[in-house]
Design a protein around this ligand. Structure first.
Ligand code: AMP
Length: 195
């Protein structure tokens, strides 16, 4: 099985690129953000717990997302692997993922990192707020907290995966609009074809 991690700051285009990647490499796309938003929409206990943290731009507890990922590994069949989008986001999650995979005799295949500047992050999120209506995209304070959270808690994973020899960085800015998305898609495919 292949276990790809789609890494990058909020607004890097992970969700946008995920569909093409999952079709081309026949891997199942799992977004912890999407899973959490479905829990909120369904009004579950977990959703209620996650809601305030997400609207503040903070992370939900590691155990919550780790449980979601493991239950997908246990239940999803008919796939050549997984594309993890938005997970792991802390060193503890990365270590938990390594342990989960080791238990299965597997390991992370590669980390595909879409890199953009803080200025592009802000512009992308403002644009997405108008289209998708996500509550955590609308408030400036929340966006700034998500960027801070990314730099403080998630960025250290770059070193972690570089040391493991699994880190592949791709310039996530290809210009604005649909052409920009296509430019990045080609960069991602040509990088991943070599893995
Ligand atoms: P995303 O859609 O990936 O931007 O995630 C939206 C929000 O869900 C994040 O700002 C976090 O509050 C929460 N979230 C998503 N994935 C994780 C994760 N791996 N660990 C902790 N919180 C997460």
């Amino acid at each position: 099985m292949k276990y790809f991690i789609l890494f990058g700051p909020p607004g890097a285009g992970k969700g946008t690129q995920a569909t093409g990647i999952s079709e081309r490499y026949n891997v199942k796309h799992i977004s912890t953000g999407d899973l959490l938003r479905s829990e909120i929409a369904a009004g579950t206990e977990l959703g209620l717990q996650a809601k305030n943290l997400i609207s503040a731009g903070s992370l939900v507890p590691d155990e919550v997302v780790e449980g979601m990922i493991e239950s997908k590994f246990d239940t999803v069949r008919d796939t050549e692997g997984f594309l993890l989008d938005g997970f792991p986001r802390t060193l503890a999650q990365a270590e938990a993922l390594d342990a989960m995979l080791a238990k299965r005799g597997e390991e992370v295949t590669a980390v595909i990192s879409l890199m953009i500047s803080d200025e592009v992050i802000k512009a992308r999120i403002a644009h997405r707020a108008a289209i998708e209506g996500r509550a955590d995209d609308a408030r400036e304070e929340t966006i700034n907290n998500r960027i801070r959270t990314y730099h403080n808690q998630t960025e250290p994973l770059i070193e972690y995966y570089k040391k493991a020899g699994k880190y592949h960085e791709i310039d996530g800015y290809g210009g604005e609009g649909p052409e920009g998305i296509e430019v990045v898609r080609s960069r991602v495919f040509s990088g991943m074809d070599k893995i």
